[in-house]
Design a protein around this ligand. Structure first.
Ligand SMILES: CC(=O)N[C@H]1[C@@H](OP(=O)(O)OP(=O)(O)OC[C@H]2O[C@@H](n3ccc(=O)[nH]c3=O)[C@H](O)[C@@H]2O)O[C@H](CO)[C@@H](O)[C@@H]1O[C@H](C)C(=O)N[C@@H](C)C(=O)N[C@H](CCC(=O)O)C(=O)O
Ligand SMILES: Nc1ncnc2c1ncn2[C@@H]1O[C@H](COP(=O)(O)OP(=O)(O)OP(=O)(O)O)[C@@H](O)[C@H]1O
Ligand SMILES: N[C@H](CCC[C@H](N)C(=O)O)C(=O)O
Ligand SMILES: [Mg+2]
Length: 487
């Protein structure tokens, strides 16, 4: 039996009213999911305030309410707990409720604008290969060893994080690698977690719609490092000028990885082709199946984490060398002499990196056609920048839709077109239907050409007005390229 007073351990309380020994059958932060005996935690949100749903939660059988502001009238027989920060309280309560699983497993959180999924997935694959029972919480999927649990967010909500960690511990996992998105950090979805370490990959333009300013976005990432305990490690990209900012107030052991500056984990790129990367790491030449200089950073971050967790460098490099990477990250499909690359680049920096990688390995003569869109109900300021990058770094750019969500797809495309100069218009096509855009790119391609399809990577849907319609870039480009071979 779980008592309210026990799960409030370590929560900053302002006041309590009622029986603190009431049994808690479930912790719920959405009134619609309350059942008899639930503890309802009222969290202020971006759309509505959970405090407005306290009555609804009580109607459905909640026996305790955890909130920042007490309701004017308190119901008889209900326990009310006033806390300083209910989102934070939710995380700590969920951790207590599930028996503090993060104290029984080494959890490493990865943050940064780009590279989180790649780094976390590589770590999961690496530790599995090295014989450990390992968990993963990522944008693409959550995993307990090889068992897949579908992911709805990059970082699950506070209760789901703890429930998944509990399941991992019960199934014998010793390690869990997880992404910590800036939304999750600010919303305290990882409050109550004991981390063995945290990684900072990089920070560039994204999510200004949510955080407001770039400084607030940096501060969100920094919170992860500020809250690390002594004894944990803080591993940051030393070539990113915000790497040192992350370390400023961190009690954790300061560690760096870099290609250009002095660092604890260093590498030099020997070769970078469409077949893979060759790196010099401490005088050892190692071949990796990952493509692009940005993946050299991801590989170094992975090496750093593994070594800081006590693994032997040579074994790590041997295993890492054969790992293919995460789905939808630079996936290559070659049919009829045409190479299509499906990549999740959905930020200006990611798109720039992918385009530079492709341009760096081109042999000349071939065309590069880039298909790109920008998500609806997301940062609008990145739209003209991404369109401009696509046009400038390709022979032809096709602007199209990528999850318009609740926005008008034509308006998103207009925002993108604003980034294109008059002399670049002739290199640009705008085709709102993504399938038509892919078909057009295939029809315009000749043997040897490269088609980059950016933005959706592993996603197998197009989200329009709250409905996810099946849509898979790799599936569609394969279909059209195969048709070319039949004609
Ligand atoms: C903008 C954002 O991040 N929103 C997240 C946030 O919801 P919110 O603050 O908007 O919630 P709200 O709708 O205002 O409701 C406030 C509170 O009232 C409660 N409520 C609401 C209605 C009701 O009838 N009863 C009730 O109790 C809600 O449960 C909530 O506790 O907290 C929810 C629970 O954790 C999340 O599901 C939700 O993610 C939304 C769906 C989302 O799209 N988030 C994206 C932007 C996101 O989180 N992305 C990052 C990755 C970004 C990256 O790529 O870097 C991620 O980690 O996935
Ligand atoms: N270290 C990196 N630096 C810059 N760009 C990268 C890096 N790693 C990957 N990318 C690019 O960014 C895209 C997204 O990579 P990944 O999915 O690993 O990032 P993420 O941080 O998990 O993104 P999200 O915030 O959407 O979950 C990749 O498809 C690739 O184009
Ligand atoms: N985690 C990111 C994914 C963006 C992927 C892209 N396809 C889009 O829809 O904008 C977000 O939710 O902002
Ligand atoms: Mg991710």
């Amino acid at each position: 039996m779980t008592l309210l007073k026990d799960i409030l351990y370590k929560v900053s309380l302002t006041s309590t009213t009622g029986d603190m020994e009431v049994e808690v059958k479930d912790i719920v932060f959405d009134s619609r999911k309350v059942s008899e005996g639930s503890a309802f935690v009222a969290v202020p949100g971006t759309q509505v305030d959970g405090h407005d749903f306290i009555d609804k939660a009580l109607e459905l059988g909640a026996t305790s309410v955890i909130c920042e502001k007490l309701p004017h009238a308190l119901n008889e027989g209900i326990t009310y707990v006033q806390v300083v920060n209910s989102a934070k309280a939710l995380g700590i309560m969920a951790s207590n409720y599930f028996g503090n699983p993060s104290e029984q497993i080494q959890v490493v959180a990865i943050t940064g604008t780009n590279g989180k999924t790649t780094t976390a997935t590589l770590l999961h694959q690496l530790f599995m290969r090295m014989g450990y029972s390992t968990g993963l919480l990522s944008t693409v999927e959550n995993k307990i060893n090889e068992q897949v649990i579908p992911a709805t967010h990059t970082t699950p909500d506070a209760v789901a994080v703890q429930a998944l960690l509990r399941q991992m511990v019960d199934e014998g996992c010793t390690h869990c690698f997880m992404e910590a998105s800036s939304h999750a950090i600010v919303q305290e979805r990882i409050a109550g977690l004991k981390l063995a370490g945290a990684v900072f990959t990089n920070i560039t333009h994204d999510h200004l719609d949510y955080h407001g300013t770039f400084d607030a976005y940096i501060k969100a990432k920094k919170q992860l490092f500020d809250e690390l305990p002594k004894g944990a490690f803080a591993l940051v990209n030393g070539d990113d000028k915000r790497g040192t900012v992350m370390l400023q107030n961190s009690k954790a052991s300061h560690q760096t990885f870099a290609l250009k500056s002095p660092a604890d984990f260093k590498a030099k790129i020997i070769s970078n082709t469409l077949e893979g990367l060759e790196l010099d790491i401490n005088g050892k030449l190692i071949w990796f199946r990952m493509i692009g200089a940005f993946n050299a950073y991801n590989l170094l971050g992975v090496l750093g984490v593994a070594v800081l967790l006590g693994e032997e460098e040579d074994e790590v490099l041997r295993e890492l060398s054969g790992i293919p990477g995460a789905k939808g990250r630079f996936d290559r499909i070659s049919i009829a002499g045409i190479t299509a690359i499906v990549d999740y680049a959905h930020t200006p920096d990611a798109l720039d990196n992918v385009l530079k990688t492709i341009n760096g390995v081109r042999t000349g003569g071939e065309q590069l056609i880039t298909i790109v869109g920008c998500g609806g109900n997301r940062d609008t300021t990145k739209r003209p920048i991404m369109a401009k990058l696509a046009v400038q770094e390709s022979d032809k750019a096709i602007l199209t839709s990528d999850n318009p969500r609740f926005e008008d797809p034509e308006q998103i495309l207009k925002d993108m077109q604003a980034g294109i100069g008059p002399s670049e218009i002739r290199k640009t096509l705008t085709i709102v239907d993504r399938k038509e855009a892919i078909k057009t790119a295939c029809m315009l391609s000749q043997k040897g050409d490269i088609i980059l399809i950016a933005g959706k990577g592993h996603e197998d849907y197009q989200e329009i007005k709250g409905v996810k319609h099946h849509f898979d870039d790799a599936e569609i480009v394969t279909e059209f390229l195969q048709q070319l071979t039949q004609n």
